[in-house]
Design a protein around this ligand. Structure first.
Ligand code: BV8
Length: 233
């Protein structure tokens, strides 16, 4: 059985990573357009760097939770029949044991060079806000956070759509279904014949688009679902 799993901020909530739209969510403290758009970076790079530096530092204070570990077990069980795509820029899937994770919105621990388009590890030592070392590949001082901002095309859309079109089962975990193109994956998978399942704390904006939905904390729902699936397969 070919399975595509899409995850969002909700899968990392129980690890202590704030989601976006919850009361004290990431977007609460900042207007999206002030921190997550290329225009914002052009206008005030320091503000944008501060936003991502804070999230990067917070990564060292959190650990993967049972939902991340369960998806790593699923990867063991299904091998290449599992395609895991995440909207999250944290590294909790990898620290939970998943080895093949497609970060469609980028990664906090990565930098993107505007000079040569290289994706390089985020430099360990960096001076004050934003005065980053030159690109290790081309030497130009043009590194930026390697995240996909609003108005930018997510990474690897062709590969993602390819897996969605071949999927027997599409499962969405911990996402509000408010941001496109990820919010459109359920319809695309369904249109290509896949069964669709939502695992979320509460009904998402696209909940009505799924065949099945289970609501509750991912740290409980995902291990339960993985155990059922792996027992069956
Ligand atoms: C693009 C990286 C062109 C940075 C992010 C169509 C209609 C309308 C608008 C658009 C449209 N198409 C495009 C747009 C514009 C825009 C968009 O969607 N705007 C929205 C606001 C309407 N989209 C774009 O600009 C995208 N680019 O479209 O380019 C294109 C595209 C394709 C092909 C060709 C051209 C780029 C979007 C990416 C932006 N970058 N992140 C960063 O992280 O700082 S988006 C960011 O916000 C996240 O990555 C994620 O995608 C989104 C947040 O959503 P969630 O992860 O779902 O988090 P949220 O807090 O909303 O919800 C959490 C959920 O978890 C809740 O439901 C909650 O109930 C649940 N939960 C909470 N706790 C738990 C839980 N569930 C289980 N257990 C728990 N314990």
């Amino acid at each position: 059985m070919r399975v595509v799993v899409l995850t969002g901020a909700g899968i990392s909530a129980e690890s202590g990573v704030p989601t976006f739209r919850d009361a004290d969510g990431l977007w609460e403290g900042h207007r999206v357009e002030d921190v997550a758009t290329p225009e914002a970076f052009e206008r005030a790079p320091g503000v944008v760097h501060a936003f991502y530096d804070a999230r990067r530092e917070a990564l060292d204070t959190v650990e993967p939770n049972p939902a991340h570990h369960a998806l790593a077990r699923l990867e063991q069980a299904l091998g290449d029949d599992l395609f895991l795509v995440t909207q999250n820029i944290d590294d909790l899937h990898e620290r939970g044991g998943s080895t093949r994770v497609h970060h469609m919105h980028g990664e906090l621990r990565s930098a993107l060079c505007l000079g040569c388009d290289a994706h390089v590890p985020w430099p360990a030592e960096q001076g004050g806000l934003g005065d980053l070392p030159p690109c290790p590949r081309c030497g130009s001082c043009a590194l930026r956070p390697d995240v996909v901002w609003f108005g930018e095309v997510p990474y690897g859309m062709d590969e993602i759509l390819g897996h969605l079109a071949e999927a027997d089962l599409f499962v969405s975990v911990g996402t509000s279904g408010a941001v496109y193109p990820a919010a459109g994956f359920v319809q695309y998978a369904r249109a290509h014949g896949a069964r669709t399942l939502e695992l979320n704390l509460e009904p998402s904006e696209g909940s009505h688009l799924f065949h099945d939905a289970r609501h509750g904390p991912a740290g409980v729902l995902v291990p339960e679902w993985v155990d059922t699936l792996t027992r069956r397969s």
